[in-house]
Design a protein around this ligand. Structure first.
Ligand code: SF4
Ligand code: SF4
Length: 149
């Protein structure tokens, strides 16, 4: 089976720092990971944007392990709300999106949005004149976040 890459926003409870949870991902589930963004404050819930690379079933087992240890794991796409139906295809957001998550289809002059390429830099939020992006990496209550696109 082929290894895949997945991005998740993970919220670690304040008391989880000493559990070496991420070490277990590598050791027991053979998951390679990169930290794309982090917000960790002492005594508070820590948020990490992680890119995981492994066999799909190993990623699934790793996520289940983390969730059993009170870590909230959400696929990145669920953290991004984008009101595609209101887009006027002006292209402004593509000028700031350095990862290629936002690109213009130049034949149809239509915006393409690929959430899996997003690293939650939030640069597109002020760039959009229609205010169509809502990216809540910091949000404490994930159930309030709408699924994007
Ligand atoms: S937050 Fe916006 S600008 Fe930044 S990578 Fe994601 S889609 Fe691109
Ligand atoms: S800046 Fe806003 S309106 Fe313009 S293409 Fe991007 S999402 Fe659409």
């Amino acid at each position: 089976m082929i290894e895949v890459t997945r991005r998740y926003v993970m919220k670690f409870p304040p008391d989880s720092a000493d559990k070496a949870l991420t070490y277990k991902l590598i050791k027991d589930y053979d998951i390679k990971f990169s930290i794309l963004k982090a917000e960790v404050r002492p005594g508070r819930t820590g948020s990490l944007l992680l890119e995981l690379e492994a066999l799909p079933e190993n990623i699934q087992k790793g996520i289940e392990y983390l969730e059993a240890n009170a870590v909230i794991c959400e696929p990145l796409g669920k953290k991004i709300k984008f009101e595609a139906s209101k887009c006027i295809n002006c292209g402004n957001c593509t000028g700031v999106c350095f990862t290629g998550a936002l690109t213009m289809d130049r034949e149809r002059w239509k915006l393409n949005f690929e959430p899996e390429l997003c690293v939650v830099c939030e640069l597109c939020v002020p760039a959009c004149p229609m205010n169509l992006f809502d990216i809540n990496f910091h949000e404490e209550e994930p159930e309030k976040i709408a699924v994007g696109n």
